[in-house]
Design a protein around this ligand. Structure first.
Ligand code: PHE
Ligand code: NA
Length: 461
């Protein structure tokens, strides 16, 4: 079996590792998905549950994944097998790796389409569409709305953007992760952050910041359904890139002496801050223009362009913003394609380039389902009692079923299968803190996930 994969000596430093992991974490999940699912699920209470999920379940699971990758020094399925046998258990646990590969593959099929929307918006901003729309405040929101609808119903445009995205991702993956990427992320993260922060300030001034703040931080549990809690949980995994083997791959060549606990916390905090700022940038505009918080996947694309339209140098800021979104999506998409590629290299023994092309081609074919779903094609409408379309189905299956399932298995694996001494050594924590982390992994994470999950699928009704 080919264990000598691309991951060898990848991270030149602790800093490089943090950059790569943060690059994978911060993406469309923060800027596009978090704001709209928060809106669909009632705001503050959702945010509260989401934060609990991030820090009580997400962070411990991330730490576990990194340890598995680091201990196994290999790609996910092999690493799991290695760590399981090292602790005297069977190798069947590597099934977790397979769930992750499937989830990563399915997610990328719609992730690439949304990244394509952002790419198209770079050109809309550049062409001055946003400021043109702003000329008449009475029709502003309608014009911006129509721009979005025209885009998502234009199959040829989306085919071009999605194809370009996937080809670019396949190219980077087949070359192995390049230093260029490290450099890109070094500049990308601060720029994205400053830009988002600036947009948030602008939104606060021209929009309804008070309403946005109350919506996001006033905790009213009557607004939260159990279904919403599951969405929050699933998104915690999605946004931190967990349960897909990604953090195992990234952890596999973690330099010695890097604190797994500290870096995991840093990544989670950075990811959370970006998501919250994105929300605080979008919602003042949403409320000021009478848009619906529950507008769904179009929310980002129908709200911020209104702000760019009226902002000084708004077309330029718009271009910059969507370029940043494309980059952030791209660094995540690379991580997403990494897991099916690594799987093919490891299990099917094909070359890395071939593996990337095969995985990319399969993703492309499946992406058609999402493209046609948004275009409203009849064949994408699901009938088997689920309502919705194939995009919604893929989103639900991955975020609400596969990721929580992977999360349960990883926390059980880390809490009960891996020898606690190994964990303790790797986490390098005092007895007191280690006891807390072990409790989170052994009880809080698996039981929490199970309760939310079983509730949401209606077992307790
Ligand atoms: N975490 C990324 C985001 O929030 C999505 C992602 C998931 C990337 C899994 C890599 C692996 O956009
Ligand atoms: Na994220």
């Amino acid at each position: 079996m080919n264990t000598d994969t691309h991951v060898s000596n990848r991270w030149s430093s602790r800093y490089a590792y943090i950059l790569a992991a943060t690059g994978a974490a911060v993406g469309l999940g923060n800027i596009w998905k978090f704001p709209y699912i928060m809106g669909e699920n009632g705001g503050g209470a959702f945010v509260f549950v989401y934060l609990l999920c991030i820090f009580l379940i997400g962070v411990p699971v991330m730490m576990a994944e990194v340890v598995i990758g680091k201990r196994g020094r290999s790609t996910p399925a092999n690493a799991m097998t290695h760590v399981a046998t090292e602790s005297g258990h069977s190798s069947h646990w590597s099934i977790i790796g397979s769930i992750g590969v499937l989830a990563g593959f399915l997610i990328l099929s719609f992730y690439a389409v949304i990244a394509g929307w952002a790419a198209a918006y770079v050109f809309f901003a550049g062409a001055g569409e946003f400021s043109a729309a702003a000329a008449d405040p009475a029709t502003n929101a309608d014009v911006i709305g129509a721009l979005f609808t025209d885009l998502i119903t234009s199959v040829p445009q989306l085919l071009i953007w999605t194809t370009l995205t996937i080809v670019a991702v396949v190219y980077v993956i087949s070359k192995g992760v390049k230093e260029g990427l490290e450099t890109a992320i070094t500049y990308l993260m601060p720029t994205l952050f400053i830009l988002l922060f600036g947009i948030m300030i602008y939104s606060a001034i021209v929009g309804d910041f008070a309403a946005a703040f109350t919506f996001m931080f006033h905790i009213d549990f009557s607004q939260l359904t159990i279904e919403g809690a599951l969405v929050a949980l699933g998104h915690a995994f999605f946004t931190l890139s967990l349960a897909m083997g990604i953090m195992m791959i990234y952890g596999a060549y973690l330099p010695k002496g890097v604190s797994i606990v500290k870096t995991s916390m840093m990544i989670a905090v950075a990811d959370t801050v970006v998501a919250l700022i994105a929300g605080l940038a979008i919602y003042p505009i949403v409320f000021a223009h009478g848009l619906e918080p529950s507008a769904g996947p179009g929310l980002l694309f129908q709200s911020l362009p209104l702000a760019f339209g009226s902002m000084p140098f708004g077309d330029f800021v718009g271009v910059l913003f969507f370029v940043m979104v494309v980059f952030a999506a791209f660094t995540s998409a690379i991580a997403l394609l990494e897991s099916p590629t690594a799987y093919l290299v490891e299990r099917q023994n094909v070359s890395r380039t071939k593996a990337a092309i095969i995985a990319g081609a399969a993703v492309w074919i499946l992406s058609l389902c999402t493209i046609y779903s948004f275009a409203g094609a009849e064949w994408t409408k699901l009938s088997f009692g689920m309502g919705g379309d194939i995009f919604e189905f893929l989103d639900y299956l991955t975020a609400n079923i596969l990721l929580p399932l992977g999360g349960i298995l990883i926390s059980i694996f880390a809490g009960w299968v891996i020898k606690p001494e190994i964990l303790k050594e790797e986490f390098n924590l005092s007895d007191k803190y280690f006891a807390i982390v072990l409790t989170l992994l052994r009880y809080v994470a698996p039981i929490g996930i199970l309760l939310v999950f079983l509730n949401a699928i209606g077992l307790f009704k």
